[in-house]
Design a protein around this ligand. Structure first.
Ligand SMILES: [Zn+2]
Length: 360
């Protein structure tokens, strides 16, 4: 049942309609951020096609076929040889392929082609799911094209990707593209509390740090997040105060201790959402329901009191600009110092300062 899946009601409606009218395309591309449920939707289609007791085109969710389809037999270890074939579920007609390393292999596409040409063993349709389809290289994409051009009538290929632009146009044009949206904080929060995955207070914070992805909501280390946010809240406070330079330099130092690039970027994420929230608080009549950091709202409101809303807007621009430069390899330490001091300068003058960071 699609109703058991979280969010993306528009996609549910579309897939239901296609299943009910038996007009499901043989090749589909599910595009959308990681952690929004693309794979679960694909498996739900496989269940609907093979369910022994379908209801209105949808899977019953309780028959043996439905249950077995959700059991994916991923290899236990990292040995890439184990990942080279089709990874079957407990249902003999439903399988996945996953790139053993960074690239999906020609042999994997040939395995799909071969398996897709068999009639279903036990159900009505064979379904093959290609995870991270952006990992196709030219050769494996060409091997896949052969199947996509003329999929056997009882086989369905579903490609999943969070980077649709990386796929060859020839692949994209042969698939019906289904776009998934990020989940809303409310959808994630409800899901976490209803399934008893977190208590109410924790679900609220997790839903808001997830940025639209359920997997991020579940994986995020909450203590880490709260610690990062505490540090970044000090930065925001120092920016609002006109005498906060010393604190800013201390915070810059703390940020530079982040050992890995993604940890460092995480800090910037947190800082940016805090400043966005502060900006919303500084506007009149703004809907405060969309604020990410609801649990520190009183503090943010206090900081926003008397704050010219142009200032947080300028800070956001400065962070964004710094992030663009992070893509090329800038030296993070001087860049962070420069960023914080430029932001502080923006506080003092209210004019956008010359935006320039030290590039090594
Ligand atoms: Zn069923």
């Amino acid at each position: 049942m699609f109703d058991e899946l979280i969010g993306n009601d528009r996609v549910k409606k579309l897939l239901r309609r296609m299943l009910q009218s038996s007009r499901l395309p043989g090749a589909m591309l599910f595009s959308g951020e990681d952690g929004v449920g693309k794979k679960l939707f694909a498996l739900e289609i496989a269940r609907a096609l093979n369910c022994r007791n379908p209801q209105g085109g949808e899977a019953c969710g309780t028959c043996a076929a439905c249950k077995r389809t959700l059991k994916i037999n991923y290899p236990a270890g990292d040995d890439s040889d184990d990942w080279k074939g089709i990874i079957w579920t407990d249902h003999a007609d439903v399988g996945l392929v996953v790139a053993p390393k960074r690239v999906l292999l020609v042999d994997q596409m040939r395995a799909i082609e071969n398996a897709a040409n068999y009639r279903p063993f036990e159900g009505k349709a064979r379904v093959f799911i290609v995870e991270d389809a952006d990992k196709l290289n030219e050769n494996s994409a060409n091997a896949l094209l052969k199947i996509l051009e003329e999929p056997p009538p009882t086989s369905y290929i579903i490609l999943l990707t969070s980077r649709p632009a990386w796929l060859l146009p020839t692949i994209r044009s042969r698939c019906q593209i289904i776009r998934f949206s990020p989940l809303t904080a409310a959808e994630i929060e409800n899901h976490l509390t209803q399934n008893k995955m977190a208590n109410a207070a924790e679900a609220r914070v997790r839903a808001r740090v997830a940025r639209g992805s359920l997997s991020r909501a579940l994986e995020e280390d909450l203590d880490d997040f709260l610690e990062q946010r505490k540090a970044m809240l000090e930065v925001v406070e120092a920016l609002v105060r006109s005498d906060g330079r010393l604190q800013l330099l201390r915070s810059a130092e703390q940020l530079n201790e982040a050992q890995y690039k993604n940890e460092y970027e995480r800090y910037l994420d947190v800082l940016e959402t805090l400043i966005r929230d502060l900006w919303l608080c500084s506007l009149d009549d703004e809907d405060l329901g969309i604020i990410v950091n609801q649990d520190v709202l009183p503090q943010l409101k206090g900081l926003a009191k008397g704050l010219d809303s142009k200032r947080p807007a300028i800070w956001i621009g400065q962070i964004e600009e710094m992030r663009e430069q992070l893509v090329v390899n800038i030296n993070r330490k001087p860049a962070t110092d420069a960023l914080f001091l430029t932001m502080a300068a923006a506080s003092a003058t209210e004019l956008p300062p010359k935006r320039r960071y030290i590039i090594k």
